[in-house]
Write a protein that binds this ligand. Structure first.
Ligand code: HEC
Ligand code: HEC
Length: 268
């Protein structure tokens, strides 16, 4: 008993934020479920499998997150190791060299890249570089996790980079964050969109305006980019804050909104 009071007293601001987000998410999830239910009834006489599939996708997209947020409320985020990140987010291209990606464990592929230096490689992995998508297309990965994956991969190709511990990486994290509030880059936003927004905005689940649907977007676009970014950041009606992913870096969100904006004919 006494223990739990000690824990309460030590609650960090980060834990408070996670708890608040989890608290906001529960009613949100209830609203989404009710909307899904109503849509489901309306569709009863005219089954639409694509709609159902999309609804299922939404539910499965939201459910693990809700659980995660609930579990996380009392535990700090555990950052993945370089190998874990590589295995989940980078191997798809870097194992076989898809799209010309430098292959894991291949000194010939990595040698010239290692020469650019660890910091440059991290920057390219975070921001994207030619066919290399920003964060490997996975906006959930933190800068530290990316830096660890880069060290793991480059070291397999002959480098001896030292991967950052959680604290040590703070300076590396500061640089890209500063660059993030710059102009939206719709090309980079496309990958962010695919992972974080397509579940609703590809088919129009729960009344989400479909990507590229000029009629659905024209009135929204006239609000201006900043307002739309603000609504995507904080949520509005059926649109969850950051698309339901509180870990999404703002630069990624800006790029994704830029992508939706320009696809519907908006001029940045
Ligand atoms: C969709 C495929 C794809 C995924 C997924 C992917 N990469 Fe890449 N990556 C590439 C390609 C293609 C290149 C080569 C780009 C070039 O040099 O033009 C590359 C290059 C790189 C480079 C070298 C950049 C440079 O400056 O030479 C690093 C570092 C890197 N990737 C890290 C990662 C990490 C870390 C992940 C996982 C979080 C990842 N990549 C996931 C395709 C991918
Ligand atoms: C769970 C479903 C869902 C996800 C995921 C989602 N959205 Fe939305 N979004 C909506 C709905 C529903 C609306 C319409 C809200 C309204 O106007 O009633 C919307 C509206 C928007 C708007 C227009 C806001 C306005 O002021 O008109 C923007 C911009 C937007 N979403 C961006 C995004 C971005 C960027 C992502 C991914 C990072 C994302 N959304 C992910 C459901 C979603």
């Amino acid at each position: 008993m006494a223990d739990s009071h000690v824990k309460m007293a030590q609650t960090t601001p980060q834990e408070v934020i996670v708890a608040v987000v989890a608290g906001l998410l529960a009613p949100l999830l209830a609203i989404v479920l009710i909307v899904q239910l109503v849509l489901g009834f309306q569709k009863e006489h005219k089954p639409d499998t694509s709609g159902e599939a999309a609804q299922q996708a939404t539910l499965s997209r939201i459910k693990p997150f809700a659980q995660l947020a609930a579990l996380d409320a009392s535990a700090p985020k555990v950052e993945k190791s370089g190998q874990e990140v590589y295995d989940t987010a980078c191997t798809a291209c870097h194992a076989a060299g898809a799209l010309g990606a430098p292959k894991f464990d291949n000194k010939g592929d990595w040698g010239p890249r290692i020469g650019k230096g660890y910091d440059t490689l991290i920057k390219h992995a975070i921001e994207g570089f030619n066919q290399m998508p920003a964060r490997g297309g996975n906006g959930d990965l933190s800068d530290v996790e990316i830096a660890r994956a880069v060290a793991y991969m480059a070291n397999s190709g002959g480098a001896s980079f030292k991967a950052p511990e959680a604290e040590a990486a703070a300076p590396a994290a500061a640089a890209p964050a500063a660059a993030s509030s710059s102009k939206p880059d719709p090309a980079k936003g496309k990958a962010v969109f695919a992972t974080n927004c397509a579940v609703c905005h590809a088919t129009g689940v729960a009344g989400a305006p479909k990507v590229g649907d000029k009629a659905a977007w024209s009135a929204r676009i006239s609000q201006g980019f900043e307002t739309l970014h603000n609504h995507a950041l904080n949520g509005i009606r059926g649109m969850p804050a950051k698309g339901g992913n509180p870990n999404l870096p703002d630069a990624d969100l800006v790029n994704a909104v830029g992508y939706l904006f320009t696809e519907a004919g908006g001029k940045l």
